[in-house]
Write a protein that binds this ligand. Structure first.
Ligand code: BES
Ligand code: MN
Ligand code: ZN
Length: 496
């Protein structure tokens, strides 16, 4: 991805193009910092080119300033309608256009704010999205995508934004981008490349790259010792052994203790209750929750947050075979409860149950899990928000508010006591799937049975937001890295 710079320190050579985002009915240069002379020249240019700021508009001309060859005005519609998605789409359009025109050094002015968002929050969002707008995954292509060839992205300062202010913001954005990129790359890797063992290697590699992370991998022996019947059961149909990744950040004087759990099904065929062929390939994304946890752990280490944060990732493959679990089988979970496997495709909750129970040994105040858990959640919320359940209203309210700020929305769903009856088994303590109805909340209710006592817990069902089947809201096709930014914001909020 393009290197991020300040426009103030732009290279001696003129930039190929300066892009300026603008809304309808406003000054085309808005709050961008320019000298009176520059402002006058650019205004005159804007007038001559006649951009009106309408959504989708892209109008270019020769740049009247020496610092660049061309200037392009990017319309984004009315400011009062400017959402996170629309701003992200516009930034994506900038990158597409620059690629098409083979502009390798570009300037970017964003004198607009997401409607209803505090100016500083909006600025950070825009910079974050600009920095990752040219993300693409071409690791397996012999001929690499053109898209990522933009070399330098030079951000124009806003009036009153000092060099130091902007540098601090860019520094933060670079850090978060690395984490988001990690989460996306992991999500996009196919299952023959990213199997449970490779996931363990990815965690170890990450720990070598940053300082302050300790990675421990639990293999068959340890999982048997812990009696993790869910993890062992789900993986027993696959040729790949399961792994549980324990990634620890332990600062000297931690102010809080948080465990993050991520569903890491590197491929979900459904098992014996096999999924239909059409679209099954999407199930390489069934480890996106785990990808988010990896990304967050990396950011936590980079920021050296004074919070004890432990990432727990059960990594398994769900496959049908002669050794696979079958509907009707009864598994004994690590907390002693027994579960009748009603449907082998409800595997996420089986592995998460063991890990939620395991989280107790890290004495967390808060546990958050991230899982592409149910199709039902996608039916309910589409691709616009993750489903959120949990046992502590304050925790849920905080996540919801922060999610709205950073542009990663989470929406509450209930965990009524009555849902537990949907999971009643005739033969075991619990079965792993209810009827068709309430698919997202019965999954949440199942997980709740394994959450350690006195722990504040939130479950994020990210099935609809963790990846996109096509470009959506300015997000690329494939993994989105959803939850990385939200979780870092949440952890920092705990320190306030
Ligand atoms: N990984 C799937 C859920 C999923 C569906 C994620 C679509 C992303 C997109 C999960 O393991 C699953 O198969 N859930 C079943 C549960 C059912 C059998 C109770 C589902 O949602 O159909
Ligand atoms: Mn499944
Ligand atoms: Zn799954």
């Amino acid at each position: 991805m393009a290197d991020l710079h300040q426009f103030r320190t732009a290279p001696e050579e003129p930039l190929d193009c300066i892009y300026i985002l603008r809304c309808t009915g406003t000054d085309p240069l808005g709050s961008l910092e320019f000298s009176t002379k520059e402002r006058k020249a650019l205004r005159a240019k804007a007038k001559a080119l006649g951009p009106r700021g309408e959504e989708g508009e892209l109008i270019s001309g020769e740049c009247p300033l020496d610092v660049a060859h061309r200037v392009t005005f990017v319309g984004i519609g009315e400011e009062k309608n400017l959402t996170h998605s629309k701003l992200r789409e516009a930034l994506n359009r900038v990158m597409q256009q620059a690629t098409k025109n083979r502009e390798y050094q570009i300037g970017l002015g964003i004198p607009v704010s997401v409607h209803g968002l505090a100016a500083a929050e909006s600025r950070l969002f825009a910079l974050r999205e600009a920095s990752i707008a040219d993300y693409t995954f071409d690791h397996f292509k012999s001929k690499k995508n053109e898209f990522e060839k933009i070399d330098g992205l030079h951000i124009l300062p806003l009036a009153g934004e000092t060099e130091k202010d902007l540098e601090e913001r860019l520094e933060r954005v670079r850090l978060l981008r690395t984490s988001q990129q990690l989460a996306r790359d992991l999500g996009n890797r196919p299952s023959n490349d990213l199997n449970p063992e490779a996931f363990a290697s990815a965690a170890k590699e990450m720990a070598e790259e940053v300082s302050g992370l300790r990675v421990t991998i639990l293999g068959m022996k340890e999982l048997q010792k812990e009696k993790m019947g869910g993890v062992l059961g789900v993986s027993q149909g696959s040729a790949e052994e399961p792994r549980v990744l324990v990634i620890e950040h332990r600062p000297k004087k931690p102010k809080k203790s948080v465990v993050l759990v991520g569903k890491g099904v590197t491929f979900d065929s459904g098992g014996i209750s096999i999924k239909p062929a059409a679209g099954m390939g999407w199930m390489k994304y069934d480890m996106c929750g785990a990808g988010t946890v990896m990304g967050v752990m990396r950011a936590v280490a980079d920021l050296d947050l004074p919070i004890k944060v432990v990432g727990l990732i059960p990594a398994v493959e769900n496959m049908p075979s002669g050794t696979a679990i079958k509907p009707g089988d009864i598994l004994a979970m690590s907390n002693g409860k027994t579960v009748e496997v009603d449907n082998t495709d409800a595997e996420g909750r089986l592995i998460l149950a063991d890990i939620l129970h395991y989280s107790a040994r890290f004495n967390p105040d808060i546990v958050i899990d991230y899982a592409t858990l149910t199709g039902a959640c996608v039916v309910a919320l589409g691709h616009e928000a993750a489903g959120m359940m949990g046992n502590d209203q304050e925790l849920l309210d905080t996540l919801r508010k922060l999610g709205e700020e950073v542009g990663e929305r989470v929406w509450p769903m209930p965990l009524y006591e009555e849902y537990l009856s949907y999971l009643k088994s005739d033969w075991a303590d619990l079965k792993n799937a209810g009827s068709r109805w309430g698919g997202a909340v019965t999954a949440g209710t199942f997980l709740q049975q394994f959450v350690p006592e006195k722990v504040k817990w939130a479950h994020l069902d990210v099935a609809g937001v963790a990846y996109n089947e096509k470009e959506h809201n300015g997000l690329p096709k494939g993994a989105s890295g959803f939850g990385v930014v939200l979780t870092v914001a949440f952890l920092e909020h705990l320190l306030k």
